[in-house]
Design a protein around this ligand. Structure first.
Ligand SMILES: [Zn+2]
Length: 224
């Protein structure tokens, strides 16, 4: 292998200096254009915004070291992308269908302490992912949740029941989330598939809501 070619190739001192200047200009340009998007930070990006960031990123990199690319061209590309971005965000603010198309809708995952069947069927997200999100927000079981909404940016918003309104629900922590082997009297059981709570007479009884027959013991602990 030719190590000189690998590391240096045809780099001259003057081009090294040019790279230095190109980087400074592109760095400033990136910051200015990111400020122009109007975003304050990048903690929560929608898919659409990630696409913009990717575009800007790829435009920004090459002119830093490619002598064939004048900075003016990079500037023009970035200006065009940002203008498109601003126009799109304006349209998103004005027209709801446009927003649903680009950012995705927020989805009700939990209502009244049970998983929303329609959403489980669509399989937008696995049970495990939902449950992890809910656990991270300090939820022990579904009976504590009045409304659970999956936002378009992937965040999970939860409205909790007041402590006195907490009902029996499906436990979310793994140890309590085990299928039962036998049925006892005066015990509430929760459907592992949809969170429906019911008393059982027989272990093979099917869930009246979703027709599954996997049950675990429901709990009604208040939130701490
Ligand atoms: Zn069920």
């Amino acid at each position: 292998m030719d190590w000189t070619s690998l590391f240096i190739h045809d780099t001259t001192w003057s081009f090294a200096a040019e790279i230095f200047l190109r980087c400074i200009f592109m760095y400033i340009m990136i910051i200015v254009f990111l400020r122009l998007t109007g975003k304050r930070g990048v903690r929560q990006l929608s898919i659409f915004e990630v696409a913009i960031i990717l575009c800007l990123g790829s435009i920004a990199g090459d002119p830093m070291f490619d002598e064939e690319l004048p900075l003016l061209q990079a500037f023009l590309v970035m200006a065009t992308i940002i203008t498109l971005y601003r126009i799109t965000t304006l349209l998103i603010m004005k027209y709801q269908p446009f927003e649903d198309l680009l950012e995705g809708k927020s989805l009700y995952i939990v209502e009244d302490g049970q998983l929303v069947l329609e959403q489980i069927k669509k399989g937008k997200m696995s049970h495990d992912e939902f449950f992890a999100e809910m656990r991270q927000q300090g939820t022990e079981h579904l009976g504590q949740i009045r409304v659970g909404l999956l936002e378009s940016d992937g965040k999970f918003s939860i409205l909790f029941y007041k402590p006195e309104d907490v009902r029996y629900g499906l436990p979310l922590f793994p140890k309590a989330h085990q299928p039962i082997r036998h049925v006892e009297e005066n015990t509430y059981y929760a459907c592992l598939h949809c969170g429906n709570v019911s008393g059982l007479k027989d272990i093979n009884e099917r869930c009246q809501r979703c027709d599954a027959c996997h049950w675990t013991i429901a709990i009604n602990t208040p939130r701490t």
